[in-house]
Design a protein around this ligand. Structure first.
Ligand code: ZN
Length: 179
């Protein structure tokens, strides 16, 4: 069975930046399972996976614009400590999730000056050319419920938090991946 829209795909992957530094890898966790063609993973990687089958290995380069986008310096701005809520410890380099109009977004603390906190709302991988090494582990048909939800059920390692690779929020309407 080959990878195409609305099929559930399991991959092992390593992600490097242009200089060869490791950005992310499925080695430390479980393989990534996603629903193809449903914006669960970045478009630039899906393009390379289309038509592949279990056992296939590929190495591909995804430019920033097909990955996490180019950096936008307008997304670096100052807020006051009070906006973080009472008693929230704020440290340089700290990352947290902010919820805006476009859904959850990872925000990084870039500077702290008295009551003033500089934050960067660019995705941590924005502007990065993404170098993927991928091995396709499995391809299967999605269930009707998965298609309805637009994401995979079961096999989600939600105890580690549903981070980017999973591309879905746990616990939305009848989803069984919320533990
Ligand atoms: Zn669901």
């Amino acid at each position: 069975m080959v990878i195409e829209k609305d099929r559930v795909v399991t991959i092992d992957y390593k992600l490097h930046d242009a200089a060869g530094g490791v950005l992310d890898s499925s080695e430390a966790s479980d393989p990534l399972i996603y629903l193809h063609g449903n914006e669960n993973i970045i478009a630039g990687l899906e393009k390379h996976l289309l038509g592949k089958k279990a056992g296939d290995e590929l190495v591909c380069v995804v430019p920033a614009k097909e990955g996490y986008g180019e950096r936008d310096e307008a997304l670096v701005f100052k807020v006051t400590k009070s906006e973080f809520g009472e008693g929230t410890p704020i440290e340089l380099g700290m990352q947290f999730e902010a919820h805006g109009e476009d859904g959850a977004q990872i925000v990084t603390v870039m500077g702290i000056d008295g009551d003033e906190v500089t934050i960067d709302a660019n995705h941590p991988l924005a502007g990065e050319e993404l170098h993927f090494s991928v091995k396709v582990v499995d391809v299967r048909e999605a269930t009707a419920e998965e298609l309805e939800h637009g994401h995979v059920h079961g096999g989600c390692d939600c105890d580690e938090g549903c981070h980017d690779g999973h591309g879905h929020g746990c616990g939305d309407g009848g989803c069984d991946c919320s533990d």
